[in-house]
Design a protein around this ligand. Sequence first.
Ligand code: EPU
Length: 422
Amino acid sequence: MHKLVINGPCQLSGETWVSGAKNSALPILASTILCEPGSVIHRIPHLKDVTSMVSLLSAMGMVFSVDDKLTLTVEKSAIESTTAPSDLVKSMRASILILGPMVSRYGEVVIDLPGGCAIGPRPINFHLNMMEKLGASISFNGDSVHIKADKLVGAEIVFERETVTGTENTLMAAACAEGRTVIKNAAREPEVVDLADFLNKCGAKISGAGTSQIVIDGVEKLSNCEHTVVPDRIEAGTLLIAGAMTQGNVEVLDCNPGHLSSVLKLLTEAGAKLDVKDSSVKVSMSSRPKPVSLSTSVYPGVPTDLQAQFIAMNAIAEGESVVQETIFENRFMHVSELKRMGAKVNIDRDTAYVTGVDGLHASVVKATDLRASAALIMAALCAKGTSVLEDIYHIDRGYANIEEKLSSLGAHIRRHPNYMVL
Ligand code: EPU
């Protein structure tokens, strides 16, 4: 199993770029089930989760081609099987995104329940309740769920709490449903807006994406379009925090600073100097970061997907901070690994109390989930000595070319097939 070997400490310096957003590319790919073939989608991030989604849709009958500039073309969108292969579904929770478009276009889908995952139980009740509201029937058989509908009919969907993929599934289920669907308490994340833009370019009638009320007027069918996936704001945030933590000087290109306001505010609070342009942000830091206390929340608040990275920065900050996780129940798995590197963090239920130390030490640590892996890499960049990050398949799920990008900024990081610590 490959490991990442990182020699620290280092100061990151130079410029790097951001890939297309994973959490936009995944629903957009799923939504092509609804559309005629021929869509051309630029800036598809080269990631394990994206490959898993393409494999899942391909196993069900679709055909895609991808060129060396990471532009994907949908060659065939017709599905031959309404049963999603369970090994592919189990490899990625986002496979739940095929539920809305499958039932809308093919009248049914049989899909395994995603079950628990490292960051909490992550149920799918919001998705299932929404499908029932639009007229589908649901039955369970062991580990799988069968969702069926002769036709979907628009309805009012009121989400008990904002849900990103739940809102996206609703957009896809309702785009070709009969009549009007109104989503209340909709997720406002930029990835939801990107999916709505893609569907609208294909002929859907969706208004209000990016606000808490979205209105979808069902159309008969969707055609195809050319689209560019929005920049990954979580990758951009991760690189900026890494630049600040290492007291470096890093310019992150091809990002959308408008999607990063909560992150930029915290970086400024930490003492970083920022130079924000239309599609780039430069961060410079000349001292240890000041601690930043935060509570994760839905967009435009501080994303849960950057909580681990902010804890890593606070771990070496000059003072104490309090980080509350309000989105997922069990998203502090990185903390025990950070402690191996000398971090001082105490967890009490949904809150981490961090006392910054003036240096971390290298260690062998395990990646427990995608964002935890990023936080551990960042800590290793600041720690003295050679750190080894195990179970790095998590990082490949969501960060494209991570070693390449960090190496170009001066990090000593390499992938090793069988690195042994003696
Ligand atoms: N929830 C339910 N029932 C549901 C759905 C969600 O109780 O049916 C709960 C969740 O357990 C959670 C809250 O509602 O407590 C919000 O979860 P949400 O549905 O918004 O999460 P998601 O759609 O499953 C997406 C991203 C996550 C990101 C969250 C929050 C994708 C593919 N995934 O997940 O991304 O953390 O929104 O922003 O878009 C990541 O990229 O590392 C990642 C985990």
